[in-house]
Every structure is written in C-alpha cells, then in structure tokens.
Design a protein around this ligand. Structure first.
Ligand code: B12
Ligand code: SF4
Length: 497
C-alpha cells in the first residue's frame, strides 16, 4: 500500500518529526511504500514574513488553536495550502495518515477535508497524542475513516494489511472506526511494541534537514512512556506502558543516522526521560566510548535530553556521560519546596537536586531546569523556596524553563483528585483558570508568581525558555479570557424544569 504521512501546522519546526519518521520506517519494513510530508515546515517557507513568527513555540497555543486565526491564515495562503494538498495527491496514496497534536487540529481538519474532496477514495487515518482524548469527536468528521490513539506502529501496520487484503474496514484493531451501535464507534486495542529494539531506525530521508530551524539537530528516543507517576502528567495515559531500548541499539541508531546525515552534530532525546534505566544509559555511553570511529571528529556527535533527579545517578556516571558527548540535561525539578515536590509525587529529595546540579556543573554538562509555578498546594513560602533554590544553584544552571502557571490536564491523577486531595474548587475546574477552595491560589496569583520567577531568573543572569515569551505576547488575550471565564461563572446557572 502507498501511504503518505503528513504533519500540519502548528507543529514547531525545530527538527523534523520523529513520529512520522518512525512510522515510515515501520510501514516500509512491512512491505508498504511510505512517504512523509511536513506541511508545517513547507507552509512556513511558503508564507509571508507576517505569519512566520507563529511557528515559534510561544505562539502555538494561541495562534494555531484559534479557528478564526487559522481561517485567516488559510484565506491569505489559499494557493500554498492547495499546492501542499496537490503534493499529497501527486504521490497517489491509498492511505493518508495525519499526525494529530493539540496545536495542529484545526489545520489538519482543513487539509484532510481538501484531500478527501479531491480524492474521495483515499483512506484517511489520524493518529497521535491528540486522538487519545478526542477519538469520538474526530469520527464526527465524515472525512476521517479511522483514528488511532497513542502509539501508532502496530495499529498502522494492521490497518494497511487489512486494506491491502480488502478486508472489512469496520473493525481495525488499534483504531476507532465509526459503527452503527449506541457508542457510535468500535475500538479493539492492540498491544504496544514490547521490544523497542526490534523497531527499525527512523527514516528521515524525506525531510530537507537544512530547511529546519535547527539544521544540525536530529530527534531520537531512549524509550516510551515513563517509570515515574508525577501527578500532573499524562504521559502514562498516552503511552500505556513504560519501556526502554538497550543502550547498544540506541547507539547503533545514532551511528547509522550520523553516517546517513553527516551534518547532524547533536541528537535530542525526545522521550520523557533518558535516565529512567541507568543500566541502559551507561551501556549507551560505553558503546559510544568503545567505538573507535566515534573518536574521529567527522563521526562525533553530542546529545541532550530530559532527565529526572535520581539519588543513584552519581558523579562517575555523569562523568562518563560527559565524555560520551552529553551536552545538556533538561531536569524536571518543578519546585524548590520539598513539600510541593512530594505532593507532585516527583519522588526525589531537594538536596539530591542540589547535588546533581553541582555534579553536572563539575563534569561540564549544562543543566536546564524546568519549574512549574502555582501547583495547587504551593504557598507563597513554597514559592520563595523555589527562588532560593535557583539562587543557590545559579552557577550550575544554564537556563530556566518556567512552564507557565500550572495547568490541570485531563486524564491525570491531579485532574481526577483535584478537589479531594489538592483542594481545587470543583466549580472552577478549568485547565488554566482553576482556583483553590480557600481562594489562595488563583490564576492572577499564579501569573504574578510566574512573572516574579522570570524576573528573578533574569536578575541571576539565567537564560529563559520559550513560555516566558508566550506570556509577553499573549498577556492581554489571556487576561481577557480569564475575565470572560469569571463572568460566565458568576452568572446564575439556568435550571431546566
Ligand atoms: C519533544 C517534545 C516537544 C518539543 C519539540 C516538538 C516538535 N514540534 O518537534 C518542544 C519542546 C518544542 C515541544 C513543544 C510543545 N509541546 Co511537546 N512534546 C515533546 C515530546 C516530549 C516528544 C514528542 C515526540 O517526538 N515523541 C516521540 C514520537 C515517536 O511520538 P509521537 O510523535 O507521539 O508519535 C507516535 C504516536 O503518537 C503515533 N502517531 C503520531 N502520528 C501519527 C500518525 C498516524 C497516522 C498514526 C496511525 C499514528 C501516529 O505513532 C508514533 C509512533 O508510535 C512529547 C511527549 C512524548 N513523550 O511523546 C510532548 C508532547 C507532544 N508535547 C505536548 C505539548 C502540549 C506541547 C506544547 C503545546 C507545549 C506548550 N504549551 O507550548 C508545545 C507545542 C508543540 C508543537 N505543536 O509543535 C503534548 C501534546 C499533547 C497533545 N494532546 O497533543 C505532549 C504529548 C506532552 C504531553 N504529555 O502533554 N514539545
Ligand atoms: S518524570 Fe516527567 S514524563 Fe515522567 S511522569 Fe514525571 S513529568 Fe511525566
């Protein structure tokens, strides 16, 4: 079967999409003919200067999630959008698969409708994290034939196989399909890929790497899911089961990609944590250090990724990682208050965070520190402890990523227990604008702390990540939405007789 895998805007165009590159390789390994098209990157290059800034992370939420703005973009870029649809159809696909993330829903719906209109027999499947909570809504769009939640390999392979054999389309394991039953759909789960080492290496050949924002970087992964269960995070909901690859296999993939794309100098681990399995991480470093060819300048590469503070991640391992090319760790520290860290179930002690930062600094690995402000249990005193944490560790911190005021995401432990454990006023349960019952933690309080955190980090000469800029750009709009939300809540609820 010929399948085209498409990513629509808004999808940050730092690096080419790893999900599509993995699915392409997997489909090809099953005897199909897959091609990737990154419409997000293509449309960025095709559009005028006026629209280009909206591909930056800080604009993703407020530009691409607003149907009115997306409509205006399409109206002004009608020709370019149609040319991209033409490129999809020129490949004469039997199946077109769209990757769906929270920010590219509007654009994806628009593009897939155009594809279906011009080629009604093409089978359209959507997949990706956003399908996990929206499958039913997606099937209301008649142009969508199937919707795959979360991990895609097994579902896509099964679906292509069934279509190839002209099998029944009303039960495609791993995919939601419309059905004439009270639910309106049928869904039979498929198992996850148990042994990630068995997956083929991702295939990035369809992407012109030098047209991306970070041309020398390439995404990779150590595993899927997460072994931690931080209460605010929906990673377990998306990936179902935590698994990692072996260090050797991960190294072999990077060596392969470096040979195929010599301009790549840095690999970014895009999964939850690169240090969930310390044995695999050490094996990865050993494989790099024992490979004679890696020591030649033309074969060398660096790497970075997300990590959690672990008391058992000692200086010798960090030293080895530094030698093996580890450039930066992005640490999910979130708060300097042990009380808050514990109520988030992060599972580490703040003194261990101090120690890991000092060790990273000593061995020459940069540290980026993620901070969440205004967690439901955070008081002003806790917040001050976060500022103290930054102050005492500033020499070891390269950059702070202040993750905006804490949001409450659906399908998380925090969301399910917002009222009974975390004291959130149930009537206020909005992802952004929630407040605690005692009125001490409200959206304006969180915004104020967020701003103070950013100002404080800047005073310490620490660089700031993108969410900081998001606040500058969208300040008025956020406050207006909050005011509308409050007004709506203050109106008496209509009762039906
Ligand atoms: C790296 C990363 C980033 C990076 C780079 C993103 C980029 N554009 O390259 C940065 C830091 C820029 C970033 C920013 C944001 N991110 Co981010 N990010 C990630 C992260 C950690 C990895 C993404 C990844 O490549 N994963 C590995 C690949 C293999 O997974 P995948 O893309 O999901 O693909 C698999 C399946 O989804 C499925 N699949 C995908 N496409 C298709 C298509 C078909 C047809 C099928 C059948 C299957 C299928 O199969 C693939 C293989 O199994 C994920 C969390 C995670 N662990 O995945 C969050 C994640 C994708 N980000 C998320 C969010 C919310 C954001 C932001 C909106 C945050 C913000 N408020 O600013 C922004 C905007 C991002 C954007 N639109 O581009 C959410 C998305 C939630 C959702 N419902 O869409 C995630 C899932 C985190 C989370 N748990 O909430 N992010
Ligand atoms: S360590 Fe990170 S990815 Fe894992 S559960 Fe916690 S926040 Fe989520």
């Amino acid at each position: 079967m010929r399948v085209t895998l498409v990513n629509c805007p808004g999808w940050v165009r730092r690096l080419p999409p790893l999900g599509a590159a993995l699915l392409k390789a997997f489909a090809n390994s099953q005897g199909h003919e897959a091609t990737c098209l990154d419409l997000s990157n293509n449309l960025y290059h095709a559009t005028s200067e006026k629209y280009k800034p909206f591909w930056n992370t800080e604009h993703m939420h407020y530009f691409w999630m607003d149907e009115g703005r997306v409509r205006a973009f399409i109206d002004e870029n009608e020709g370019a959008v149609d040319r991209e649809v033409g490129k999809i159809l020129d490949l004469q696909p039997h199946v077109v698969g769209f990757s769906l993330y929270i920010n590219n829903l509007s654009m994806t719906l628009e593009v897939l409708k155009r594809v279906k209109k011009r080629a009604p027999s093409v089978f359209i499947v959507v997949g990706g994290p956003e399908v996990c909570s929206k499958a039913k809504f997606l099937l209301e769009h008649r142009e969508i034939d199937a919707a795959v939640p979360g991990e895609g390999e097994n579902a896509l392979a099964g679906l292509l196989q069934t279509l190839q054999e002209s099998g029944p389309r009303n039960n495609l394991p791993g995919a939601y399909v419309r059905a004439d039953n009270p639910q309106g759909y049928v869904f039979t789960p498929v198992p996850v890929v148990e042994h990630l080492d068995e997956l083929p290496f991702p295939d990035f050949d369809d992407f012109a790497l030098d047209t991306y924002a970070l041309p020398g970087h390439m995404p990779t992964y150590f595993g899927r899911g997460c072994f931690k269960k931080c209460v605010f995070c929906d990673e377990a909901f998306l990936w179902k089961k935590w698994r990692t690859r072996s260090g050797r296999r991960t190294f072999e993939e990077l060596r392969h990609l470096k040979r195929r794309h010599p301009s790549v100098a840095l690999f970014e681990f895009y999964d939850s944590l690169l240090n969930s399995d310390l044995r695999a991480l050490e094996e990865f470093c050993d494989a790099i250090l024992q490979d004679d060819s890696w020591n030649r300048p033309e074969n060398r590469f660096q790497w970075l990724g997300n990590a959690i503070v672990r008391y058992d991640m000692g200086r010798p391992l960090l030293e080895k990682m530094a030698k093996a090319g580890c450039y930066l760790l992005q640490l999910g520290i979130e708060s300097g208050s042990q009380r808050v860290v514990t109520s988030m179930k992060k599972g580490f002690r703040v003194p261990d965070a101090d120690r890991v930062l000092a060790d990273l600094h000593a061995v020459g690995i940069k540290a980026m520190v993620n901070i969440m402000v205004g967690f439901p249990t955070e008081t002003e005193e806790d917040f001050q402890q976060t500022l103290d944490f930054l102050r005492r560790n500033a020499p070891a911190i390269d950059r702070v990523a202040p993750n905006g005021p804490t949001g409450i995401v659906e399908n998380t432990f925090l969301h399910k227990n917002a009222e009974n454990i975390y004291g959130v006023d149930p009537g206020s349960l909005h992802p952004e604008f929630w407040s605690t019952r005692d009125g001490q933690n409200t959206y304006p309080v969180r915004l104020d702390r967020f701003q103070r955190l950013c100002d404080f980090a800047q005073k310490l000469n620490l660089k700031l990540g993108a969410p900081h800029r998001q606040w500058e750009f969208w300040r008025e709009e956020k406050l207006k939405r909050y005011a509308d939300f409050k007004q709506q809540r203050s109106q008496p609820q209509k009762t039906s007789d």
